[in-house]
Design a protein. Structure first.
Length: 288
């Protein structure tokens, strides 16, 4: 039996969440074209008779501008500490030198595999150049090309990763797919809806807190707060005559029902908490 932690690192929007979902064949991490969507470290536990791989999606590596960013980078640091294998994901269209500098700065003490992503959007010559570039890096044991969005060679990739995983007993029960509670994923699905339906910087000013999660036989009742920093943001989220908050609620409810496999009654409230992203108490309350 092999068991180990396979932690995914990269710049914002490299495709880390899409990769985690593809490896797990489950939607555990929310996905958005907007950068810095992932704020937490999200573990996906994949168990078979031969192995248990604990994948971690981590926030994109950035220079912190406020306390929320600092918490996000703490999640990256914690993933560095327990990794058995690092997956260094790079968007093939990005600045390779910038990604290389970030990967070097991690000062990895474990084997690392570079995943050269989004090859479906690159010409063959560019892919070959990218593989050659990262193959020279001292941290890279190997470079694997893939497209997380259009489909990864899942079994082939997992078999390649197993070469770096130690023999060990499983860390989690075989039926677990994550170490996080359902209410966490509910809050993330609501937040994903905000990234999808609201514009510009607004999603970055919002947090979601699930106040009530009551699961009954035929209906799950959920009450959640959407937290913003200013009254003007609250007005936008509610919309004229409550049209926007209804739209958000309907879309989020459908996502949650699909995730938990049960009918949901979802109630959303918008609350203003000035400068919550820099307030230690608020960040703790909202799970950061």
């Amino acid at each position: 039996m092999k068991a180990g932690f396979v932690n995914i690192f990269g710049l914002p929007n490299a495709g880390k969440s899409t990769l985690l979902n593809a490896l797990m064949e489950e939607k555990l991490a929310i996905v958005s074209p907007k950068v810095q969507t992932t704020r937490h470290r999200i573990k996906g536990i994949l168990t078979t008779e031969r192995y248990q791989l604990v994948f971690s999606d981590t926030p994109g590596i950035i220079t912190p501008r406020y306390k929320l960013h600092e918490k996000m980078m703490e999640a990256v640091r914690s993933a560095l500490e327990d990794a058995d294998l690092a997956l260094l994901l790079v968007d093939g269209r990005d600045d390779w030198q910038a990604a290389h500098a970030i990967f070097e700065s991690l000062q990895l003490k474990v084997p690392a595999v570079v995943l050269f992503n989004k090859i479906d959007l690159l010409p063959k010559e560019k892919i070959e150049e990218g593989v050659a570039f990262f193959s020279k890096a001292s941290y890279a044991r190997e470079v694997i090309i893939l497209s997380a969005l259009s489909g990864i060679p899942r079994k082939k990739l997992i078999n390649a990763l197993l070469a770096y995983i130690p023999d060990a007993d499983p860390y989690f029960n075989a039926e677990d797919i994550s170490d996080l509670q359902t209410r966490f994923f509910v809050s993330e699905l609501i937040r994903e809806t905000l990234y999808s339906l609201t514009q510009d910087e607004l999603p970055y000013h919002t947090a979601v807190s699930v106040r009530e999660y009551r699961e009954k036989k035929e209906l799950t009742r959920i009450t959640a707060d959407i937290v913003v920093q200013r009254e003007t943001q609250k007005v936008i989220l509610i919309g004229e005559g409550g049209t926007m908050i209804k739209k958000i609620g309907t879309a989020a409810r459908k996502s949650i029902e699909s995730f938990i496999g049960q009918k949901v009654y979802l109630e959303l409230f918008v609350k203003v908490k000035p400068k919550w992203r820099d307030n230690e108490l608020y960040l703790k309350e909202y799970g950061y």
